[in-house]
Design a protein around this ligand. Structure first.
Ligand code: CRA
Length: 715
């Protein structure tokens, strides 16, 4: 008798419809919205190609398209009946209706937006909410002209061009590219979403009287901020509500979250581009700006430099629309994503606006969902937590995690806690061996830095620290070597395809790894592993298996950071700078339970001013020299990388923070030797992570920004 065994060839991979922190934050927030019974919708783009797949060839990053829809997406529901025409280009004409003049936008191109729904069920509730993603399809309207003139082939090709709009995600997570396609993407998803929202409202209402009571729209960074203008256009031009009424509605329903620290990171759209793609929107933006400038004149008189700084329109070589200014002017709330970020918004990034409207500005410290980042990714830890708390209720009520604090020194809990870590380290070690062929010791400290590769996140500081450790081990005698805490250093992350320096950092990781991992004199004392194609699935495997994690951005550069919160929940100790949300993590778990380093936000400007005279330790000079002199090969290639941290050009202050970095690393080594102490710190990390649940963030938004209450599913 024979028996057929069916096994699934694979689980579906990540959709990767975002770059990193920003979109992953939204995913956590959607989970919280559903679980907390809020009536919410998410809108976005259904890219055919999400973030590129990173492959490493000879230590260099190569980008490959990730066609995640190859084998279908079983979780989505295509709503062929929910589709809207989205207009682009064309002209604006005047129309008289009921004795009044109105503007009418005659489009030059129309594309169809088709809805794909992704239901998001809440945990332990019957509430499920919807993430509606739009795909671009050719419009049903045929280009009769081309068909009639026999230009059939071109007409078909033009129809297919429509689909390009939702084809591919732009892989830069922080800088803005003023590309027409990107603006098209933004307006495409904004227009479809606003049409959908208004259509659903009108299904049950005859007029707009209750619009502001029923609808609150949160702009997640400036990428969807054209939604503001779109609502204004629809209410004014199409619904004929009059400017004041339309404006009043817009100001009441929209609020804005900014995720950026650097003024250079703020989106600007060239006026010419906006005028050609969205001619009517540009007019409305000018009208809003005119009224805003009048308001400024009343308030600040002839202070023209202030007017120029605050204007929605930036004059200059390329006249542009400042999308953040637009969002601040039109929204009733402007939120930062951590307290440090809020302070920077008030004092630097949006200081003029804060002076004008102090009450508009708030912050909601980011959070992550424990359902994914503990329950799904770390089932063994989940079981131990529930056992010791005597309940699973913490999965919905994260505050209960604080109860673990009472047992932080309990020998039995400590033993179970260490066992969980070991199981997770084994899983990770197997993965590492399959990936790289490198066998790592489970007794070593697993020290992890996984995030997008950026100069400000300072993966280079980490690599230089590893070189220093290697250098020290090489010069040790046998008895000193016996005292070394073995380390497995794990780095993972993608560099934006055009970001040369970030790509060089990846290559340096590989060059150092090649040398260190193959040095028989080093053995298990030090290993460096670069994990390729870092994504959510990889994070789910790596985070539970790490002992230490690094969040070492130059202070004042990370708006919040959310990776740290995931590590914290999983009882991994943090080695971190006092940047972004880390400052609040310190308050929750205490500075004694982590390894802090580096200049504070307030110290950074003075250090920068010192330029080449800033104090840099000799060890730093030595390790950079090793790279420069070709100790790890690729001498010429690494030259420009070394240039970024030497000769007064060290903008991100790696040299200035290096001594403190090494001290923090030494403190981590010392703590690791004492496993009882380490485990206690680890338990205290998890038990202090409650404030960093996205449930708390969402509750704050619901109460302070949207004014909504939970709405439990009645059946
Ligand atoms: N790149 C910030 O840099 C923050 C996330 C989510 C970022 C992070 O510090 O944790 O947003 N900013 O708030 C961003 O995407 C467009 O700006 C990020 O992920």
């Amino acid at each position: 008798m024979s028996c057929l065994v069916f096994s699934l060839p694979f689980k579906e991979g990540d959709a990767a419809l975002g770059n990193g922190g920003l979109a992953r934050l939204s995913a956590c927030q959607m989970d919280s919205l559903a679980t907390l019974d809020f009536p919410a919708w998410g809108y976005g783009l259904r890219y055919q190609y999400g973030l590129f797949r990173q492959i490493i060839v000879d230590g260099f990053q190569h980008e490959q398209p990730d066609y995640w829809l190859n084998f279908g997406n079983p979780w989505e529901i295509e709503r062929v009946q929910v589709s809207y025409a989205v207009k682009f280009y064309g002209t604006v004409e005047e129309e008289v209706s009921n004795g009044s003049n109105y503007k009418v936008w005659i489009p030059g191109e129309t594309v169809e937006a088709v809805a794909y729904d992704n239901p998001i069920p809440g945990y332990g509730t019957r509430n499920a909410i919807n993430l509606r993603l739009w795909a671009a399809k050719p419009s049903g309207q045929y280009d009769l002209e081309s068909y009639n003139t026999g230009d059939y082939i071109n007409a078909v090709v033009n129809r297919q061009k429509a689909e390009i709009i939702s084809n591919v995600l732009y892989p830069d997570d922080r800088s803005y590219q003023g590309k027409e396609l990107r603006l098209k993407q933004q307006y495409f998803f904004v227009s479809a979403s606003i049409q959908d929202i208004i259509r659903r409202f009108k299904d049950v209402h005859d007029n707009f009287d209750e619009f502001t009571e029923k609808i609150a729209l949160q702009i997640n960074d400036t990428h969807p901020s054209l939604a503001i203008i779109e609502v204004m256009r629809v209410l004014f031009d199409e619904e004929h509500l009059g400017w004041d009424k339309a404006w009043d509605i817009v100001c009441k329903i929209f609020s804005f979250t900014t995720h950026t620290v650097q003024p250079e990171g703020l989106e600007k759209i060239p006026v010419d581009l906006m005028g050609s793609l969205l001619p009517r929107h540009l007019q409305i933006i000018y009208d809003i700006n005119y009224k805003f400038m009048e308001e400024l004149k009343k308030k600040f008189g002839q202070d023209y430099s202030r007017h120029a700084r605050m204007s929605i329109v930036e004059e200059g070589a390329v006249k542009s629309i400042r999308m953040a200014n637009l969002s601040i002017v039109c929204c009733h709330k402007v939120n930062g994503v951590s307290r440090v970020h809020f302070e920077l918004l008030k004092t630097r990034v949006f200081k003029d606006f804060y002076d004008l409207w102090p009450l508009k500005f708030q912050y909601k410290t980011n959070g992550v969902t424990q359902r994914r980042w503990i329950v799904v990714s770390n089932p063994s830890l989940c079981a131990v937590i529930s056992k010791w708390l005597g309940t699973e209720a913490w999965v919905r009520n994260i505050d209960l995690l604080a109860g673990l604090r009472d047992y932080a020194s309990d020998a039995d809990l400590q033993q179970e806690w260490r066992m969980v870590k070991k199981i997770n380290k084994m899983r990770l070690a197997e993965y590492i061996e399959t990936l790289s062929g490198v066998k790592v010791s489970l007794d070593a400290m697993f020290d992890v830095q996984i995030k997008r590769i950026h100069e400000y996140k300072r993966q280079l500081l980490n690599v230089l620290g590893i070189i220093h450790r290697y250098d020290c081990i090489k010069s040790m005698n046998e008895s000193d070597r016996r005292k070394v805490v073995p380390r497995v250093c794990i780095i993972g992350g993608k560099a934006a395809p055009g970001y040369e320096i970030a790509k060089k950092i990846i290559k340096l990781c590989h060059a150092v790894a090649e040398k260190v991992n193959n040095d028989p004199g080093v053995g298990d004392l030090l290993k460096l592993i670069f994990i390729p194609d870092y994504n959510v699935s990889v994070a789910e495997l790596v985070i539970p298996g790490s002992d230490l994690s690094q969040h070492v951005s130059t202070a004042g550069h990370e708006a919040s950071g959310t990776g740290s919160m995931k590590f914290l929940m999983n009882g991994c100790l943090l080695l971190a700078t006092a940047d972004g949300s880390t400052v609040e993590i310190i308050e929750e778990i205490g500075a004694d339970n982590m390894f802090l380093l580096g200049a504070r936000v307030s110290e950074v400007p003075a250090l920068r001013d010192q330029g080449a005279s800033v104090r840099v330790p000799l060890q730093f000079v030595r390790v950079v020299r090793m790279v420069r002199d070709g100790y790890f090969g690729f001498k010429d290639y690494f030259e420009s990388l070394c240039d970024t941290v030497e000769n007064g050009k060290d903008f991100y202050l790696l040299g200035a923070d290096f001594a403190s970095y090494l001290e923090a690393q030494a403190a981590a080594d010392l703590a690791f030797v004492n496993q009882e102490k380490w485990t206690r710190m680890s338990i205290l990390s998890t038990s202090g992570s409650g404030r960093f649940s996205s449930d708390r963030t969402i509750e704050e938004y619901a109460e302070q920004t949207w004014g909504i209450e939970p709405c439990k599913c009645p059946f």
